[in-house]
Design a protein around this ligand. Sequence first.
Ligand code: E4P
Length: 217
Amino acid sequence: MKIFIDTADTDELRAAFDTGLVDGCTTNPSLIAKSGKDFKEVIAEICGMTDGPVSAEVASTEADMMIKEGKRLAEIADNVVVKLPLTWDGLKACRALTADGIDTNVTLCFTATQAWLAAKAGATYISPFIGRLDDLGQQGMELIGEIRALYDAQDYDTQILAASIRGPLHVKEAALLGADVATIPPKVFNALLSHPLTDKGLDAFVKDWAGTGQSIL
Ligand code: E4P
């Protein structure tokens, strides 16, 4: 499963890319607003950090305008993926941009039938929002399993991009269910590694090794 980082914070993103384990980035209008930066500038800056896919979301809700915005966003860099909402207009724009060879990420997916329609429209990625379903008392992760089964049964190659991830458990379950990508907030990405017993164990090894007075080199 590929790892994307779900942020427009370029400092946090740079630190994540420095690990060598991150494959791309997703943003959305809320994350752009939170960054306080110019949208097109920050997308260009992120695309300069990676050759991997960088999702940039259209602002319009009407197909013709989405297509225009999508084409403009795709001009920023070769690795821009145009993010479109899961509406009839969004799917129309998805078909048009896909026909033009532009990669797309259809977002705000909450049902398997929505995901099916996005695949039929030629989406490169589908973004099911796990955490927001959990917030409503549903099992968000079940949606990942359903979409995986549907895409496999119908032979679609649209990639399942597990989104709205709230913690390491979501990441683990998405991987076990066969998601192609998880887009992870920086805080959760860091939490994937940290464990108090790892820290405690390493402290003891370092201390005991120092006590031997030896050197490997
Ligand atoms: C996905 O691309 C979205 O940016 C994101 O995962 C939404 O997550 P949220 O529900 O935490 O806002």
